[in-house]
Design a protein around this ligand. Structure first.
Ligand SMILES: Nc1ncnc2c1ncn2[C@@H]1O[C@H](COP(=O)(O)OP(=O)(O)OP(=O)(O)O)[C@@H](O)[C@H]1O
Length: 360
Protein backbone atom coordinates (compact mmCIF):
# COMPACT_ATOMS: atom_id res chain seq x y z
CA UNK A 1 0.00 0.00 0.00
CA UNK A 2 1.55 3.22 -1.16
CA UNK A 3 0.64 6.86 -1.64
CA UNK A 4 0.70 8.49 -5.07
CA UNK A 5 1.28 12.23 -5.03
CA UNK A 6 0.71 13.75 -8.43
CA UNK A 7 1.02 17.38 -9.37
CA UNK A 8 2.10 17.94 -12.89
CA UNK A 9 1.53 20.10 -15.93
CA UNK A 10 1.77 18.97 -19.52
CA UNK A 11 2.08 22.37 -21.15
CA UNK A 12 1.42 21.37 -24.77
CA UNK A 13 -1.93 19.88 -23.72
CA UNK A 14 -2.79 22.56 -21.14
CA UNK A 15 -3.36 19.86 -18.51
CA UNK A 16 -2.44 20.87 -14.96
CA UNK A 17 -3.65 18.45 -12.31
CA UNK A 18 -3.02 17.79 -8.64
CA UNK A 19 -4.29 14.61 -7.04
CA UNK A 20 -3.33 12.01 -4.48
CA UNK A 21 -4.18 8.35 -4.08
CA UNK A 22 -3.81 7.29 -0.46
CA UNK A 23 -2.58 3.87 0.67
CA UNK A 24 -5.21 1.26 -0.17
CA UNK A 25 -7.49 3.87 -1.72
CA UNK A 26 -9.30 3.62 -5.07
CA UNK A 27 -9.72 7.01 -6.72
CA UNK A 28 -11.89 7.41 -9.81
CA UNK A 29 -10.71 10.02 -12.30
CA UNK A 30 -13.72 11.27 -14.23
CA UNK A 31 -14.23 13.92 -16.86
CA UNK A 32 -15.56 14.60 -20.35
CA UNK A 33 -13.66 13.72 -23.52
CA UNK A 34 -10.43 15.65 -23.82
CA UNK A 35 -10.46 16.62 -20.10
CA UNK A 36 -6.95 15.29 -19.47
CA UNK A 37 -7.51 11.83 -17.91
CA UNK A 38 -5.29 9.91 -20.35
CA UNK A 39 -2.66 12.61 -20.01
CA UNK A 40 -2.50 12.01 -16.23
CA UNK A 41 -2.24 8.24 -16.74
CA UNK A 42 0.42 8.76 -19.42
CA UNK A 43 2.58 10.82 -17.07
CA UNK A 44 2.30 8.24 -14.27
CA UNK A 45 2.98 5.31 -16.61
CA UNK A 46 6.00 7.08 -18.14
CA UNK A 47 4.58 7.61 -21.62
CA UNK A 48 4.53 11.41 -21.33
CA UNK A 49 6.91 13.88 -19.69
CA UNK A 50 5.53 16.75 -17.58
CA UNK A 51 6.74 20.29 -18.22
CA UNK A 52 6.29 21.23 -14.54
CA UNK A 53 5.69 19.47 -11.25
CA UNK A 54 6.49 15.97 -10.12
CA UNK A 55 5.03 12.57 -9.37
CA UNK A 56 6.02 10.48 -6.36
CA UNK A 57 4.95 6.98 -5.36
CA UNK A 58 5.63 5.88 -1.81
CA UNK A 59 7.99 8.84 -1.44
CA UNK A 60 10.03 7.80 -4.48
CA UNK A 61 10.11 10.39 -7.28
CA UNK A 62 8.97 8.71 -10.49
CA UNK A 63 9.30 11.79 -12.63
CA UNK A 64 10.00 15.45 -12.10
CA UNK A 65 10.13 18.21 -14.68
CA UNK A 66 13.58 19.17 -13.48
CA UNK A 67 15.08 15.96 -12.14
CA UNK A 68 15.74 12.37 -13.18
CA UNK A 69 13.08 10.04 -14.50
CA UNK A 70 12.47 6.43 -13.41
CA UNK A 71 12.14 4.15 -16.46
CA UNK A 72 8.52 3.03 -17.02
CA UNK A 73 9.21 -0.66 -16.24
CA UNK A 74 10.86 0.25 -12.92
CA UNK A 75 7.98 2.36 -11.60
CA UNK A 76 6.14 -0.44 -9.79
CA UNK A 77 2.97 0.63 -11.61
CA UNK A 78 0.69 -1.73 -13.57
CA UNK A 79 -1.80 -0.58 -16.20
CA UNK A 80 -5.01 -2.41 -17.05
CA UNK A 81 -6.55 -0.90 -20.17
CA UNK A 82 -9.87 -1.59 -21.90
CA UNK A 83 -8.08 -3.90 -24.31
CA UNK A 84 -6.47 -6.79 -22.36
CA UNK A 85 -3.28 -6.46 -24.48
CA UNK A 86 -2.15 -10.02 -23.69
CA UNK A 87 0.96 -11.34 -25.44
CA UNK A 88 -0.60 -13.37 -28.30
CA UNK A 89 2.16 -15.98 -28.46
CA UNK A 90 2.05 -16.83 -24.72
CA UNK A 91 -0.53 -18.93 -22.89
CA UNK A 92 -2.75 -17.31 -20.26
CA UNK A 93 -0.52 -18.80 -17.54
CA UNK A 94 2.67 -17.50 -19.19
CA UNK A 95 1.08 -14.07 -19.62
CA UNK A 96 0.36 -13.89 -15.88
CA UNK A 97 3.78 -15.31 -14.94
CA UNK A 98 5.44 -12.62 -17.06
CA UNK A 99 5.32 -9.92 -14.36
CA UNK A 100 6.92 -11.99 -11.58
CA UNK A 101 9.49 -13.35 -14.09
CA UNK A 102 10.39 -9.79 -15.14
CA UNK A 103 11.01 -9.06 -11.46
CA UNK A 104 13.52 -11.89 -11.28
CA UNK A 105 11.28 -14.55 -9.69
CA UNK A 106 12.33 -18.07 -10.73
CA UNK A 107 10.18 -19.83 -13.31
CA UNK A 108 8.48 -22.48 -11.10
CA UNK A 109 7.58 -19.90 -8.47
CA UNK A 110 6.37 -17.40 -11.08
CA UNK A 111 4.13 -20.11 -12.57
CA UNK A 112 2.82 -21.02 -9.12
CA UNK A 113 1.97 -17.35 -8.47
CA UNK A 114 0.30 -17.17 -11.88
CA UNK A 115 -1.83 -20.26 -11.08
CA UNK A 116 -2.97 -18.68 -7.82
CA UNK A 117 -3.98 -15.50 -9.62
CA UNK A 118 -5.78 -17.32 -12.44
CA UNK A 119 -7.71 -19.16 -9.75
CA UNK A 120 -8.45 -15.92 -7.90
CA UNK A 121 -9.91 -14.30 -11.04
CA UNK A 122 -12.01 -17.39 -11.84
CA UNK A 123 -10.22 -18.81 -14.89
CA UNK A 124 -7.99 -21.48 -13.29
CA UNK A 125 -8.93 -23.95 -16.03
CA UNK A 126 -7.87 -21.68 -18.90
CA UNK A 127 -4.13 -21.44 -18.14
CA UNK A 128 -3.07 -23.36 -21.25
CA UNK A 129 -5.13 -21.30 -23.67
CA UNK A 130 -3.69 -18.61 -25.88
CA UNK A 131 -5.41 -15.19 -26.02
CA UNK A 132 -7.22 -15.92 -29.32
CA UNK A 133 -8.91 -18.90 -27.60
CA UNK A 134 -10.39 -16.69 -24.86
CA UNK A 135 -13.63 -14.68 -24.84
CA UNK A 136 -13.43 -10.93 -24.16
CA UNK A 137 -14.45 -11.41 -20.51
CA UNK A 138 -12.02 -14.29 -19.97
CA UNK A 139 -9.15 -12.33 -21.55
CA UNK A 140 -9.89 -9.33 -19.31
CA UNK A 141 -9.83 -11.62 -16.25
CA UNK A 142 -6.42 -12.90 -17.33
CA UNK A 143 -5.31 -9.27 -17.80
CA UNK A 144 -6.47 -8.48 -14.22
CA UNK A 145 -4.44 -11.47 -12.97
CA UNK A 146 -1.42 -10.33 -14.98
CA UNK A 147 -1.61 -6.79 -13.60
CA UNK A 148 -1.89 -7.99 -10.00
CA UNK A 149 0.57 -10.91 -10.12
CA UNK A 150 3.36 -8.33 -10.34
CA UNK A 151 2.07 -6.93 -7.00
CA UNK A 152 2.35 -3.30 -8.18
CA UNK A 153 2.49 -0.43 -5.69
CA UNK A 154 -0.08 1.37 -7.88
CA UNK A 155 -2.63 -0.03 -10.29
CA UNK A 156 -3.88 2.16 -13.12
CA UNK A 157 -7.22 1.14 -14.63
CA UNK A 158 -8.17 2.80 -17.92
CA UNK A 159 -11.86 2.13 -18.72
CA UNK A 160 -11.40 -1.55 -17.77
CA UNK A 161 -14.99 -2.56 -18.57
CA UNK A 162 -15.51 -0.37 -21.65
CA UNK A 163 -14.75 -3.02 -24.25
CA UNK A 164 -16.69 -5.81 -22.54
CA UNK A 165 -20.07 -7.16 -23.53
CA UNK A 166 -22.78 -5.65 -21.30
CA UNK A 167 -23.63 -9.16 -20.10
CA UNK A 168 -20.04 -9.75 -18.93
CA UNK A 169 -19.11 -6.34 -17.51
CA UNK A 170 -20.97 -6.80 -14.15
CA UNK A 171 -19.03 -9.95 -13.23
CA UNK A 172 -15.66 -8.33 -14.08
CA UNK A 173 -16.72 -5.26 -12.08
CA UNK A 174 -17.53 -7.55 -9.15
CA UNK A 175 -14.14 -9.24 -9.53
CA UNK A 176 -12.40 -5.86 -9.42
CA UNK A 177 -14.39 -4.97 -6.30
CA UNK A 178 -12.89 -8.02 -4.62
CA UNK A 179 -9.29 -7.73 -5.80
CA UNK A 180 -8.89 -3.96 -5.42
CA UNK A 181 -9.49 -3.99 -1.67
CA UNK A 182 -6.45 -2.53 0.13
CA UNK A 183 -4.70 -1.58 -3.10
CA UNK A 184 -3.77 1.88 -4.30
CA UNK A 185 -5.71 2.32 -7.53
CA UNK A 186 -6.37 5.16 -9.99
CA UNK A 187 -9.38 4.32 -12.15
CA UNK A 188 -10.34 6.26 -15.28
CA UNK A 189 -13.96 5.66 -16.19
CA UNK A 190 -16.97 7.15 -17.94
CA UNK A 191 -19.30 4.80 -16.10
CA UNK A 192 -20.94 6.18 -12.93
CA UNK A 193 -21.50 2.63 -11.69
CA UNK A 194 -17.73 1.97 -11.73
CA UNK A 195 -17.18 5.06 -9.60
CA UNK A 196 -20.00 4.14 -7.21
CA UNK A 197 -19.03 0.51 -6.75
CA UNK A 198 -15.24 0.72 -6.94
CA UNK A 199 -14.05 4.15 -5.85
CA UNK A 200 -13.60 5.62 -2.38
CA UNK A 201 -13.02 9.04 -3.82
CA UNK A 202 -13.75 10.83 -7.09
CA UNK A 203 -11.64 13.47 -8.81
CA UNK A 204 -13.38 15.25 -11.71
CA UNK A 205 -11.25 16.98 -14.35
CA UNK A 206 -12.53 19.33 -17.01
CA UNK A 207 -10.52 21.41 -19.45
CA UNK A 208 -7.27 20.11 -17.96
CA UNK A 209 -8.09 21.23 -14.38
CA UNK A 210 -9.53 19.51 -11.31
CA UNK A 211 -13.07 20.80 -10.74
CA UNK A 212 -14.13 18.41 -7.96
CA UNK A 213 -12.38 16.15 -5.48
CA UNK A 214 -14.24 14.35 -2.71
CA UNK A 215 -15.72 11.12 -1.37
CA UNK A 216 -17.67 9.31 -4.09
CA UNK A 217 -21.09 9.54 -2.46
CA UNK A 218 -20.55 13.22 -1.64
CA UNK A 219 -19.58 14.11 -5.23
CA UNK A 220 -22.36 12.06 -6.81
CA UNK A 221 -25.12 13.19 -4.46
CA UNK A 222 -24.00 16.82 -4.17
CA UNK A 223 -22.20 17.53 -7.45
CA UNK A 224 -20.61 20.90 -8.03
CA UNK A 225 -19.74 20.45 -11.69
CA UNK A 226 -21.97 19.85 -14.70
CA UNK A 227 -20.04 16.69 -15.51
CA UNK A 228 -20.44 15.12 -12.05
CA UNK A 229 -24.13 16.05 -12.09
CA UNK A 230 -24.58 14.40 -15.45
CA UNK A 231 -23.05 11.10 -14.35
CA UNK A 232 -25.08 11.29 -11.14
CA UNK A 233 -28.20 11.72 -13.31
CA UNK A 234 -29.02 15.15 -11.87
CA UNK A 235 -29.66 18.56 -13.42
CA UNK A 236 -27.21 21.25 -12.41
CA UNK A 237 -27.26 24.94 -13.23
CA UNK A 238 -24.13 26.84 -12.23
CA UNK A 239 -24.20 30.59 -11.75
CA UNK A 240 -24.08 33.32 -9.14
CA UNK A 241 -26.18 33.53 -5.97
CA UNK A 242 -28.21 36.74 -6.22
CA UNK A 243 -29.83 36.45 -2.80
CA UNK A 244 -32.94 34.65 -4.01
CA UNK A 245 -31.75 32.29 -6.74
CA UNK A 246 -28.86 31.12 -8.88
CA UNK A 247 -28.49 33.56 -11.76
CA UNK A 248 -27.15 31.96 -14.93
CA UNK A 249 -28.28 34.53 -17.48
CA UNK A 250 -30.89 34.42 -18.79
CA UNK A 251 -32.07 31.77 -16.30
CA UNK A 252 -32.64 32.31 -12.61
CA UNK A 253 -33.22 29.13 -10.61
CA UNK A 254 -34.88 29.44 -7.22
CA UNK A 255 -34.64 26.77 -4.57
CA UNK A 256 -33.85 25.85 -0.99
CA UNK A 257 -30.38 26.75 0.19
CA UNK A 258 -28.38 23.83 1.49
CA UNK A 259 -24.97 23.41 3.03
CA UNK A 260 -22.66 25.21 2.33
CA UNK A 261 -24.99 28.15 1.84
CA UNK A 262 -23.76 30.57 -0.82
CA UNK A 263 -22.84 34.17 -0.05
CA UNK A 264 -24.24 36.92 -2.27
CA UNK A 265 -22.44 37.18 -5.64
CA UNK A 266 -20.63 33.93 -4.89
CA UNK A 267 -20.53 31.02 -7.38
CA UNK A 268 -23.37 28.65 -6.60
CA UNK A 269 -25.11 25.64 -8.14
CA UNK A 270 -28.79 24.70 -8.29
CA UNK A 271 -29.32 20.92 -8.40
CA UNK A 272 -32.56 19.04 -9.08
CA UNK A 273 -33.60 15.60 -10.23
CA UNK A 274 -35.14 14.97 -13.66
CA UNK A 275 -38.20 13.43 -12.01
CA UNK A 276 -38.89 16.76 -10.29
CA UNK A 277 -39.28 18.47 -13.66
CA UNK A 278 -42.68 18.72 -15.33
CA UNK A 279 -43.03 19.31 -19.05
CA UNK A 280 -45.72 21.46 -20.71
CA UNK A 281 -46.22 22.80 -24.23
CA UNK A 282 -47.55 26.14 -22.88
CA UNK A 283 -46.62 28.10 -19.77
CA UNK A 284 -49.23 27.55 -17.04
CA UNK A 285 -50.19 30.99 -15.75
CA UNK A 286 -49.85 32.13 -12.16
CA UNK A 287 -47.43 29.36 -11.28
CA UNK A 288 -44.93 30.11 -8.51
CA UNK A 289 -42.52 27.55 -9.95
CA UNK A 290 -39.30 27.86 -11.86
CA UNK A 291 -40.20 27.93 -15.54
CA UNK A 292 -37.70 27.55 -18.35
CA UNK A 293 -38.32 27.59 -22.05
CA UNK A 294 -36.43 24.71 -23.68
CA UNK A 295 -36.02 22.75 -26.89
CA UNK A 296 -36.11 18.93 -26.81
CA UNK A 297 -32.84 17.43 -28.08
CA UNK A 298 -33.35 13.74 -27.43
CA UNK A 299 -35.65 11.14 -25.83
CA UNK A 300 -34.36 8.03 -24.05
CA UNK A 301 -36.37 5.17 -22.49
CA UNK A 302 -35.53 4.79 -18.82
CA UNK A 303 -37.42 1.97 -17.09
CA UNK A 304 -41.11 2.89 -17.08
CA UNK A 305 -40.28 6.53 -17.84
CA UNK A 306 -38.84 8.48 -20.71
CA UNK A 307 -35.94 10.85 -20.12
CA UNK A 308 -36.52 14.00 -22.12
CA UNK A 309 -33.25 15.82 -22.72
CA UNK A 310 -33.51 19.48 -23.55
CA UNK A 311 -31.50 22.61 -24.00
CA UNK A 312 -32.66 25.69 -22.10
CA UNK A 313 -30.71 28.85 -22.94
CA UNK A 314 -27.44 26.92 -23.20
CA UNK A 315 -28.12 24.64 -20.20
CA UNK A 316 -28.73 20.95 -20.70
CA UNK A 317 -31.72 19.98 -18.56
CA UNK A 318 -33.49 16.63 -18.35
CA UNK A 319 -37.04 15.71 -17.33
CA UNK A 320 -38.46 12.24 -16.69
CA UNK A 321 -42.02 11.80 -17.92
CA UNK A 322 -44.35 8.89 -18.67
CA UNK A 323 -44.57 7.45 -22.21
CA UNK A 324 -48.20 8.63 -22.23
CA UNK A 325 -47.04 12.22 -21.61
CA UNK A 326 -44.61 11.95 -24.53
CA UNK A 327 -47.50 10.95 -26.77
CA UNK A 328 -49.97 13.52 -25.36
CA UNK A 329 -47.51 16.39 -25.66
CA UNK A 330 -46.20 15.22 -29.04
CA UNK A 331 -42.62 15.39 -27.76
CA UNK A 332 -39.77 14.82 -30.15
CA UNK A 333 -36.44 16.41 -31.00
CA UNK A 334 -36.93 20.06 -31.91
CA UNK A 335 -40.17 20.49 -29.92
CA UNK A 336 -40.37 23.69 -27.86
CA UNK A 337 -41.49 23.03 -24.28
CA UNK A 338 -41.81 24.70 -20.92
CA UNK A 339 -39.99 23.00 -18.05
CA UNK A 340 -41.36 23.56 -14.56
CA UNK A 341 -39.73 22.68 -11.28
CA UNK A 342 -40.89 23.63 -7.80
CA UNK A 343 -38.42 25.63 -5.73
CA UNK A 344 -38.86 23.06 -2.95
CA UNK A 345 -37.36 20.42 -5.28
CA UNK A 346 -34.20 22.45 -5.96
CA UNK A 347 -31.17 22.46 -3.68
CA UNK A 348 -28.78 25.37 -3.91
CA UNK A 349 -25.29 25.40 -2.43
CA UNK A 350 -21.98 27.18 -2.82
CA UNK A 351 -19.79 25.81 -5.59
CA UNK A 352 -16.45 26.12 -3.84
CA UNK A 353 -13.80 24.53 -6.01
CA UNK A 354 -10.60 22.68 -5.10
CA UNK A 355 -7.64 25.04 -5.11
CA UNK A 356 -6.38 25.35 -8.67
CA UNK A 357 -2.92 24.02 -9.39
CA UNK A 358 -0.85 25.99 -11.83
CA UNK A 359 2.78 24.96 -11.86
CA UNK A 360 4.17 26.26 -15.11
N1 LIG B 1 -1.38 12.80 -28.78
C1 LIG B 1 -1.75 14.04 -28.49
N2 LIG B 1 -1.10 15.11 -28.97
C2 LIG B 1 -1.45 16.35 -28.68
N3 LIG B 1 -2.50 16.67 -27.89
C3 LIG B 1 -3.20 15.66 -27.37
C4 LIG B 1 -2.88 14.29 -27.65
N4 LIG B 1 -3.75 13.51 -26.99
C5 LIG B 1 -4.58 14.34 -26.34
N5 LIG B 1 -4.27 15.63 -26.58
C6 LIG B 1 -4.94 16.83 -26.04
O1 LIG B 1 -4.71 16.87 -24.64
C7 LIG B 1 -5.87 17.28 -23.93
C8 LIG B 1 -6.24 16.20 -22.92
O2 LIG B 1 -6.60 15.01 -23.61
P1 LIG B 1 -6.70 13.58 -22.90
O3 LIG B 1 -6.57 12.55 -23.98
O4 LIG B 1 -5.78 13.51 -21.76
O5 LIG B 1 -8.21 13.63 -22.38
P2 LIG B 1 -9.12 12.45 -21.80
O6 LIG B 1 -9.79 13.04 -20.60
O7 LIG B 1 -8.32 11.23 -21.61
O8 LIG B 1 -10.18 12.25 -22.96
P3 LIG B 1 -10.98 10.92 -23.45
O9 LIG B 1 -12.02 10.66 -22.42
O10 LIG B 1 -11.55 11.37 -24.75
O11 LIG B 1 -9.96 9.83 -23.60
C9 LIG B 1 -6.94 17.52 -24.99
O12 LIG B 1 -6.95 18.90 -25.26
C10 LIG B 1 -6.44 16.73 -26.18
O13 LIG B 1 -6.87 17.33 -27.37
Amino acid sequence: MTTLEYYATVGARDVSVRLTVGPGETVALLGPNGAGKSTVLGVIAGLLAPTAGQVTLGGRTLVSATGPVVAPHRRDVALLAQDPLLFPHLTALENVAFGPRARGVRRPQARATARLWLDRVGVADLGDRRPHQLSGGQAQRVAVARALAADPALLLLDEPMAALDVAVAPSVRQLLREVLVDRSVLLVTHEPLDALLLADRVVVVDGGRVVEDGPTTEVLTRPRSVFAARIAGLNLVAGTWDGSGVAAAPLVVRGMTGDPAPARAEEAVAVFAPNAVSVFRDTPTGSPRNAFSAVVTDLEPLGDRVRVRTEASGHRLAADVTPAAVADLGLGPGATVQLMVKATEVTIYAASRPTAFSAR
